[in-house]
Ligand binder design. Structure first.
Ligand code: PEP
Ligand code: MN
Length: 338
């Protein structure tokens, strides 16, 4: 931590900072310049209370030297982390595409969806049994029964399943249904109690970016999961709120290289909830792979116009298959495969 004193600081104020630092277990190194005095705090930065220092008279600014996230930081683990999801590797050379409907509807719909996902060449499947809807009067998901339908449909093609957990009371049910990847949605990115609970289990977690979250807040949310012992975390960029109303969210492609630099964990992109329209999905998915995403989360439905949720953004099985071909070429151009 570096403490910058203001230009009119007094010896008493500097002594007060030294005393405060000593109380936090740190030694103070005072450098008196012509214009300013700066104090370097030597010791365990996690014990330093930045706000308390900021409040001392004469202190202009307190600048941390260490990153606030640790386990998820690239500094902690130089190599890319590859997460093994029932034999499907995410974060390695192969770009993985997770696809499936927004929501689980019926067994027939899930069977047809699984066939479409598998035939397009995707190796993981998505589908929500519990849906976070803006209105309480719209379809909320089929619930627990949906997990069984999903499991049955995906097992036929050995597709690991990804589904959203909204309520911590459902965690045991998710484990009983052998959910392979727990998705934490945008609305729950900072539901710290939920993050702590998924941090205690040994299941990969997809952590979607909060719709207005900064990269730092997102990394800190992941740190909550990692601090509990679960290091199998996948970041998912899904677009952020912006001033633009033409599309659902603004896909932050910049976040991909930034996260790849800051963390060793895999980074995937959801082009469906970003654009919000099926016709935008190919362009956004292509941009994501070109920018270095380790995977994609794409909504698809056997008959998009019949979907109970997000019908306008789901790809048909044929559209998904065509997109997979284009994505394969882009992946190869950036030294990956798909
Ligand atoms: C979803 O993927 O089903 C979903 C609800 O996405 P988000 O949390 O990004 O809105
Ligand atoms: Mn959806």
């Amino acid at each position: 931590m570096i403490i910058i004193m203001n230009s009119k600081t007094t010896d008493e104020q500097i002594a007060a900072v030294e005393k405060k630092l000593a109380g936090m277990g740190c030694e103070a190194h005072v450098s008196r310049g012509i214009e300013r005095t700066i104090i370097g705090a030597i010791g365990d930065e996690s014990r330093v209370d930045r706000e308390a220092l900021q409040a001392v008279a004469g202190v202009d600014d307190v600048i941390p030297v260490m990153k606030p996230y640790r386990i998820v930081a690239r500094d902690h683990h130089e190599q890319d982390t590859v997460i093994d999801i029932k034999g499907v590797k995410l974060g390695g050379k192969t770009v993985q595409v997770i696809s499936g409907p927004c929501s689980v509807e019926t067994q027939d719909q899930m069977d047809a969806a699984a066939a479409g996902v598998y035939e397009a060449g995707c190796r993981l499947m998505r589908g929500g049994a519990f849906k976070p809807r803006t209105s309480p009067y719209t379809f909320q998901g089929v619930g627990v029964e949906g997990l069984s339908m999903f499991r049955k449909a995906a097992d036929k093609y050995q597709l690991p399943i990804v589904t959203e957990l909204m309520d911590v009371r459902m965690l045991d049910t998710f484990l009983e249904h052998d959910v392979d990847v727990i998705q934490i949605g945008t609305r729950n990115m900072q539901n710290f109690d939920l993050l702590k609970e998924v941090g205690r289990v040994h299941k990969p977690v997809i952590l979607k970016r909060g719709m207005s979250a900064t990269v730092k807040e997102w990394l800190m949310a992941a740190e909550y999961i990692a601090a509990g012992g679960n290091h199998d975390i996948i970041f998912c960029e899904r677009g952020v709120r912006s001033f633009e109303t033409y599309y659902r969210n603004m896909l932050d492609v910049t976040a991909i290289p930034v996260l790849k630099r800051e963390t060793h964990l895999p980074v995937i992109v959801d082009p469906s909830h970003a654009g919000g329209k099926a016709w935008m999905v190919p362009a956004l998915a292509q941009a994501a792979v070109a920018a270095g995403a380790d995977g994609l989360l794409i909504e698809s439905h056997p008959t998009p116009c019949d979907a109970w949720c997000d019908a306008d953004q789901a790809l048909s099985p044929a559209e998904l298959k065509t997109l997979m071909g284009t994505l394969r070429a882009i992946a190869q151009a950036v030294g990956r495969d798909l």
